[in-house]
Design a protein around this ligand. Structure first.
Ligand code: NAI
Length: 249
């Protein structure tokens, strides 16, 4: 399928996990891919693999984010899709009684403020074109909470969900769709790192997933490609769950 033929797509967190799988999927679907990551080595590798463009940027920095979308536009002539996906896992003990203010603020910065900045700087290009699709990575925990005490992480993802709904409604008449992607647990370095610290947590999670396994990043990328494409032309402001049934169990 080449549903994104010649579309200019920006992917943040492109060097690893869900972002990397989406870079590959977008390229398979014919897109021009602008790969954004803080990590120069992995971001460059991702871009080289698909003949895309790498822009090194910290998505919490407004000047960096503005430069990302300006570069995409100046290089390829449009900004059709923004997949605002970069994020970090919760601090070690993320219960409300233990998480310090600095750790809380850092998670909000990387997981939520970054999405605000990326939407803010992508939308003006999409307005000029009269169309665009934005997919923001939230999480299943934004919909159902988490029994594993992730207060700063869950709150950040709840913010992404609410912001996506708000923007989806606000910009619908301008042809810009905005959706929140809500993955369940996905087998990526972020999850592996979390479970390495607390192996029992992996087992506890697994029993709650009706499909009985963690997702592969490519399965999440398939959903992102759908939301980014015209196949999802009547979907905006949604919370798009790709969670193996966990939120329905
Ligand atoms: P990952 O750790 O494999 O990849 C995250 C990427 O984001 C890395 O390449 C990292 O360098 C980049 N990044 C981090 N901070 C950045 C910054 N300030 N500026 C630019 N790039 C930055 O993580 P994964 O698992 O692929 O997660 C991607 C998104 O999916 C995150 O928002 C995460 O919260 C979310 N998510 C992940 C789930 C999982 O089980 N893996 C489940 C639900 C949501």
């Amino acid at each position: 399928m080449r549903r994104l033929q010649d579309r200019v797509t920006v992917v943040t967190g492109a060097g690893s996990g869900i972002g990397l799988a989406t870079v590959r999927r977008f390229a398979e679907e014919g897109a021009r891919v602008v790969c954004v990551d803080l990590d120069e080595a992995t971001g460059t590798k991702a871009a080289d693999e698909v003949g895309g463009l790498f822009v090194q940027a910290d998505v919490t920095d407004e000047d960096d984010v503005a430069r990302v979308f300006r570069t995409a536009f100046e290089t390829y002539g449009s900004v059709d899709v923004a997949f605002n996906n970069a994020g970090i896992s919760p601090p070690d003990d993320d219960s409300i009684l233990e998480t310090g203010l600095d750790a809380w603020r850092r998670v909000q910065e990387v997981n939520l403020t970054s999405v605000y900045l990326c939407c803010k700087h992508a939308i003006p290009y999409m307005q000029r074109q009269g169309k665009g699709s934005i997919v923001n990575t939230a999480s299943f925990v934004a919909v159902m909470g988490s029994a594993t005490s992730q207060i700063s992480y869950t709150a950040s993802k709840g913010g992404v969900l609410a912001m996506s709904r708000e923007l989806g409604v606000q910009f619908a008449r301008e042809g810009i769709r905005v959706n929140a992607l809500c993955p369940g647990p996905v087998n990526t370095p972020l999850l592996q790192e979390l479970f390495a610290k607390d192996p029992e947590r992996a087992q506890r999670r697994l029993v709650h997933i009706p499909l009985g396994r963690f997702a592969e990043a490519s399965e999440i990328a398939a959903a992102v490609a759908f939301l980014a494409s015209d196949d999802a032309s009547f979907i905006t402001g949604s919370q798009f769950l790709v969670d193996g049934g966990i939120s329905g169990a």
